[in-house]
Ligand binder design. Sequence first.
Ligand SMILES: [Fe+2]
Length: 258
Amino acid sequence: MADNKRIPRKKALKYMAIGSVASAFTPFLIATGCNRDVKSKPGTYLGYDEIFNSVYPFSLAPLPYPADEFEPAIDTQTMEIHHSRHHQGYINNLNNALEGNAELQEMTLTQLITNLNELPEEVRTAVRNHGGGHLNHVIFWNTMSAEGGNPSGSLAEAINESFGDLNTMKSEFSSAAGTVFGSGWAWLVSDQNGGLKITTSPNQDNPLTEGLSPLLGIDVWEHAYYLNYQNRRADYINAWMGLIYWDKVAVIFEESLL
Ligand SMILES: [Fe+2]
């Protein structure tokens, strides 16, 4: 263990306290996957909250559906490579970054990302890129469903309040995803007052670091679509918009308000 990679115990506990107490989005840490109705759906999202609250060494959970679930919108090979190589790669690199940092190994994935700017400088970039990559992909896999559907309950009300209507929200989301320069993500996020907005992030940054709660995110890295869509990102986005698991997003939103 390299001593220069360690941070004082007291300081590590402070980071954990920030993540577990001060963050306005703490409910999000414990919210996901807790809804009985969603969990009762076959083949879906068991273990989502466990991943968010997991600690080192991190590991890759199976996809919550078969890899061919979204054919032809997202082809099987893309799903397999995306999950087993790209997502696994982020996890491997995150584990490597935390090797030898006993205190950071006690922090949950979400605490690491929420408190990113407080982490030791020598690991911050690696956690930002690879911890973010792990967290972002967990959100990505778990908020897609072949069943489609529409927002309901308080989520539907919040969308209407923040955007006017669902179509406007979808249009803004698609436009944001389409204009991300290079690799990154577009997000539907809620703020501390439960207001919704669309944001984007470069690379593997996550809205939690900015104090926002991610409800839904689309991966617009080319590895998410290039085999099937090549440079036609707009077509991928349009197809993906029909795969949003709105019931799950509604649960994340409702429980983030608790
Ligand atoms: Fe990805």
